[in-house]
Ligand binder design. Structure first.
Ligand code: AHR
Length: 510
């Protein structure tokens, strides 16, 4: 009944939208229903470049201020951002990772070659204990990727037992010998990573069978994520869903990877030195996420109409060429106001699909791809993407408010995309609306109409900067950060806001 009412009010709303103004948003506060899992705001930390070593972990003998080897500045920043879940150890690295190399006394651990990322030596000083203790320190859930590519079923099931079991067994004895009496509370386990590529070059049919085998022996893993498609590989989703149908004890999530690549894989473009054409292309390719979620969800709906299985977008974000003079295998890139827009748009899209999207993990947390934090020796930079995650934390575990949006177009060289992108939620009587203005040249006067609740006060914050390519740099004053933004009070359920060009805005109503 609620759905029919919403459909009816949406049809009425669409007529109203067309009748007035350029930018108009109707928010149905009385139809809020889907929970926005806090895990939608998740992150990813792989043994890649300086994400783990140097970024998170410097060892307890380092001159950089640390707690048991974890950088204090990074720990505090992640806690303030309210990081809800962290995926580890990869990525492609997970497909060559043998967890027993990374437990026991650090000086006795085997060194290996990180074949995927720069061929550097990995001394395994950051292993299972170091990762899970870090998650406890920053108060985040852990999401561990099992090695399906080059591991075994036994290796995976023993890892889960080592981490989660309370029973007496060879694995729990080993854990205790290694200094941890109680199990950790780890709910999320990824059964393989990119098994269609670096994780084993498998076909969907072959991997589906392997998935069922691994998941069947993954006792203790309460939320198992099957490796899903890349981009628009809908066949992969179809096969996985079909071959795991009626096996909901095995599969709780199915992943999707989609990176925003401005040009192509051989020339991805610069993170900081770009034209308006490239800004436009990056944002239009980001909007493709909406289509991907809709189409993958439609396939999932066919096999799982009750939406029990979550779509887990466990890798997403901008992927540019590495910064000049850095190791090409380390994927280090700067982060500008354009990245803030890409984060804001994606997070709005994820919120609006909260009925199916259970979790997402931006790639990657520190010093790799679209990071929230960059470090250089003892210095740290909080990127524009960091400020978006911190701003959007109000949506974590809130209830999604459905909205109808009419937006003017941002046009360039004959192409056009909607200038405004938005999502909204409600929690403890406060309505939070996040809006992005994609147009770098023009502000957008936007009329908001709220049905179902009366509001007497409004506050707002904004992330913007003078130039599209502004970024925060080491040892310099921050250019892109969050500031207060003045708006009028809502009157009779209406609010008019002028959203500045190239900005991300949060409005909160009480
Ligand atoms: O995030 C970098 C890499 O991108 C990951 O290791 C892999 O899963 C993906 O191809």
């Amino acid at each position: 009944m609620k759905k029919i009412n919403l459909l009816f009010t949406s049809i009425i709303a669409l007529f109203a939208l067309n009748a007035i103004g350029q930018n108009k948003i109707i928010l149905h506060t009385d139809a809020a229903s889907s929970k926005i899992n806090k895990e939608i705001y998740g992150h990813f930390a792989e043994h890649l470049g300086n994400c783990i070593y140097g970024g998170i972990y410097v060892g307890d003998t380092s001159n950089i201020p640390n707690t048991h080897g974890y950088r204090n500045d990074v720990v505090n920043a992640l806690k303030e951002m309210k990081i809800p879940v962290l995926r580890w150890p990869g990525g492609c690295f997970a497909d060559t990772y043998h967890w027993k190399d990374g437990v026991g006394p650090q000086n006795e651990r085997a060194s290996i070659v990180n074949v995927h990322w720069g061929g550097v030596t990995e001394d395994n000083s950051f292993g299972t204990h170091e990762f899970l203790d870090f998650c406890e320190l920053i108060n985040t859930e852990a999401f561990i990727s099992l090695n399906v590519g080059s591991g075994t079923v036994r290796e995976s099931s023993e890892w889960i037992e080592y981490v989660t079991s309370n029973n007496k067994s060879p694995m729990t004895d080993l854990r205790k010998k290694n200094g941890r009496e109680d199990p950790w509370n780890v709910k999320f386990w990824g059964v393989g990573n990119e098994t269609w590529g670096c994780g084993g070059e498998m076909t969907a049919e072959y991997y589906s069978d392997i998935f069922r085998q691994y998941a069947g022996f993954a006792r203790g893993a309460s939320y198992k994520v099957a490796c899903g498609a890349s981009d628009s590989n809908y066949d992969w989703t179809e096969v996985l869903m079909k071959k795991t149908q009626n096996k909901q004890h095995l599969i709780q999530g199915l992943s999707l990877h989609y990176y925003t690549i401005t040009h192509d894989w051989s020339h991805k473009g610069s993170a900081t030195n770009f034209t308006e054409e490239e800004w436009f292309t990056t944002l239009s390719k980001t909007l493709v996420m909406e289509e991907l979620l809709t189409k993958h969800s439609t396939i999932m709906d066919k096999y799982d109409p009750e939406k029990k299985i979550g779509l887990v977008v466990d890798e997403w974000g901008n992927w540019f060429d590495v910064e000049e003079g850095t190791n090409p295998g380390f994927l280090y890139q700067q982060n500008t106001l354009r990245d803030a827009l890409v984060a804001g748009i994606n997070l709005n899209i994820f919120n609006n699909h909260a009925d199916r999207v259970h979790m997402t993990n931006i790639a990657q947390a520190i010093n790799v791809l679209q990071s929230v934090i960059l470090t250089k020796d003892d210095k740290m930079v909080l990127t524009p993407t960091y400020y978006v995650f911190k701003m959007y934390a109000v949506h974590q575990d809130a209830t999604l408010i459905p909205l109808n949006l009419k937006s003017e177009n941002y046009k360039l060289n004959g192409d056009s995309i909607p200038a405004i992108n938005a999502s909204a939620s409600t929690k403890n009587g406060v309505v939070s609306i996040t809006l992005c203005n994609l147009n770098p040249n023009k502000s957008a006067v936007t009329e908001l109409t709220l049905t179902g609740q009366n509001f007497s006060s409004a506050t707002a914050q904004i992330i913007t900067s003078q130039k599209m390519a502004d970024f925060n740099d080491f040892g310099k004053e921050e250019k892109v950060t969050t500031t207060e933004f003045n708006i009028q009070k809502p009157k009779n359920g209406n609010l008019k806001v002028e959203i500045p060009s190239k900005s991300v805005v949060l409005i909160q109503l009480k």
